[in-house]
Design a protein around this ligand. Structure first.
Ligand SMILES: [Zn+2]
Ligand SMILES: [Zn+2]
Length: 275
């Protein structure tokens, strides 16, 4: 029997957390996804959803995991200091980012976020071993446990990285924080998601909203569907929801997307998909 490969959504919002009765079903936490590749844990982004993952791991002993950041905008990193496994001296983490290799690297950026004026615990104050590794979006690398990762640059202010995590012949892609050019499918993304089993895609905007903000670095479910069709990818999962969109509006958006491309799902906090 092949090892299990699971995707668990811990935070599905973009921009800022938006808890409350209107967002209770889809969830209000920002970007964080837990990938379970057999025994290995890979975390995609460290938004506020990361806190819940840390809470669930409490008391389970030392942890070894890889953290892959799409980029370092706050909605993707602000959960990091609330990830309690970082306070366990026996735990080891490798955190990677692909957009800062030529601009001083990811570590100084996280240090700025955790500077004394902004947060009481500095990056060096965590007990766990946290290694920061920079690469250039477009490179590929291997992780422990037989996991292979391919990456691609995304279309986002300040840069962002898309990931394809491959494990035992299956693949999950994470393409969050990207814009698009209407009528010009992004070739880097097409290459990244070719034939993938799951594609998690930035669907923050409707087409109407996108037309008003074409350079904000966010996309639409329509473009996600077009890319998946062109790349022969299987399941499309909509992600990075606008914090202003309440549960009813998310239902409508999801129904429209599924009518256009059957099988399309809206990411919801707590949702688990198996590959
Ligand atoms: Zn974002
Ligand atoms: Zn961003």
């Amino acid at each position: 029997m092949p090892a299990s490969f699971e995707v668990r959504f811990r935070g599905v919002r973009g921009s800022i957390a938006c808890p409350g009765p209107g967002t209770a079903r889809y969830g209000g936490n920002t970007a964080c996804i837990e990938l379970r590749c057999g025994e290995r844990l890979v975390v995609l982004d460290a938004g506020t959803g990361l806190r819940g993952l840390g809470a669930d791991l409490a008391g389970r002993g030392p942890l070894e995991a890889d953290i892959l950041l799409s980029h370092t905008h706050l909605d993707h990193v602000v959960g990091l200091p609330f990830f309690t496994p970082l306070f366990d001296a026996r735990s080891r983490f490798a955190l990677r980012a692909g957009h800062l290799a030529e601009r001083g690297g990811v570590r100084p950026v996280l240090e700025r976020m955790l500077s004394p004026e902004l947060f009481p615990v500095p990056l060096g104050g965590f007990a766990a071993d946290l290694r920061c590794i920079d690469f250039r979006a477009g490179e590929e690398f291997g992780l422990a446990g037989g996991i292979h990762v391919r990456t691609a640059p995304l279309d986002h202010p300040g840069g962002a990285t898309g990931y394809r995590v491959e494990f035992e012949g299956r693949s999950a892609c994470y393409v969050s924080d990207t814009g698009h050019v209407p009528g010009k499918p992004n070739r880097d993304i097409l290459g990244l998601i070719e034939g993938a089993d799951i594609v998690i895609y930035d669907a923050m905007f409707t087409e109407e909203e996108f037309a008003r903000h074409p350079h904000w670095g966010h996309s639409t479910w329509n473009e996600g569907a077009r890319l998946c069709e062109a790349a022969g990818a299987d399941r499309l999962v909509l992600f990075h929801h606008d914090p202003r969109r309440d549960d009813e509006a998310m239902d409508r958006l999801g129904a429209d997307a599924a009518a256009c491309r059957p099988g399309t799902r809206v990411a919801r906090e707590g949702m688990v998909l198996s590959l």
